[in-house]
Ligand binder design. Structure first.
Ligand code: SF4
Ligand code: SF4
Ligand code: FES
Length: 246
């Protein structure tokens, strides 16, 4: 198949509050490149415009991040260059221009049951079992994951030849296994992360934690889930019932 990847350059007037998305919007309004040629507007994704939905994630000067909070003036100051490079993530199938298909991440969340089942088969009372403020505080940061894909983009173990689900799914196992109701499906989640698709896929390069925009302690989650998964595989081997929660 021919390689359709190419670079295209655009010029802008400098504005104090401009960010990458506002520049892309300017291109959309007037799709004329630096050579003065009319071209197709660049395709990208966006949603919240406040670093909550993760849909605008892309490589800005080679680093994974959200375009909506990438301030142009900050980049110019930091790099001393008036040029900013944008590129799509490389670990996901390319749809067009800056849009990629992150289905792989959502499929991983399905595999690890990254939710709490409320199917009416257990009586959780009106509000469910209480969660202490300490646990709430510890879990809050895990709940801020926006499935942006920055961690997978930065992880050397996520590539077309590997089945590794990536660190975000492992961290969500920690989140839902720590919830009093979520614990009911703890074993199922841990069984889903046994093997190369799961925790064994991590090579401990620690790039993920450096690029996560939400500062989620991914390596901490990976080592915790690694220990839990080992216990689960021993339980499976000896066909033991689920151990009591510590
Ligand atoms: S863990 Fe961080 S980098 Fe990874 S998908 Fe979630 S928010 Fe994005
Ligand atoms: S620790 Fe390294 S190998 Fe493991 S998920 Fe993070 S970046 Fe990938
Ligand atoms: S548009 Fe939602 S994070 Fe950028």
């Amino acid at each position: 198949m021919p390689n359709h990847q190419y670079w295209e350059e655009f010029e802008f007037d400098r504005h104090p509050g401009a960010n990458v998305i506002s520049c892309l919007m300017d291109i959309q309004k007037n799709p004329v490149n630096k050579m003065g040629e009319k071209t197709t507007p660049v395709a990208w994704e966006q949603g919240c415009l406040e670093e909550v939905c993760g849909s605008c994630s892309m490589l800005v000067n080679g680093k994974p991040r959200q375009a909506c909070t990438a301030l142009i003036e900050k980049y110019i100051q930091e790099t001393g260059s008036l040029t900013i490079n944008l590129a799509p993530f490389t670990k996901f199938p390319l749809i067009r221009d800056l849009c990629v298909d992150r289905t792989r991440m959502f499929d991983s969340l399905k595999k690890v049951k990254a939710w709490i089942s409320v199917d009416g088969t257990t009586d959780n009372g009106e509000f469910g079992p209480p969660v202490s403020p300490e646990v709430q505080e510890a879990l809050y940061v895990l709940s801020t994951c926006m499935v942006c894909g920055c961690c997978s983009e930065g992880c050397p173990q996520v590539n077309p030849d590997s089945k590794f689900m990536g660190p975000a799914a492992m961290s969500q196992v920690r989140l839902f296994n720590s919830n009093p109701t979520g614990k009911l499906e703890k074993s199922e989640r841990l069984n889903a992360v046994l093997g190369e698709e799961g925790i064994a896929g991590c090579g401990n390069a620690q790039n993920c934690v450096r690029v996560c925009p939400k500062k989620i302690p991914l390596t901490e989650s990976l080592s915790l889930i690694g220990r839990e998964a080992t216990k689960q595989s021993l339980k499976n081997f000896f066909s033991l019932p689920d151990a009591k929660e510590e």
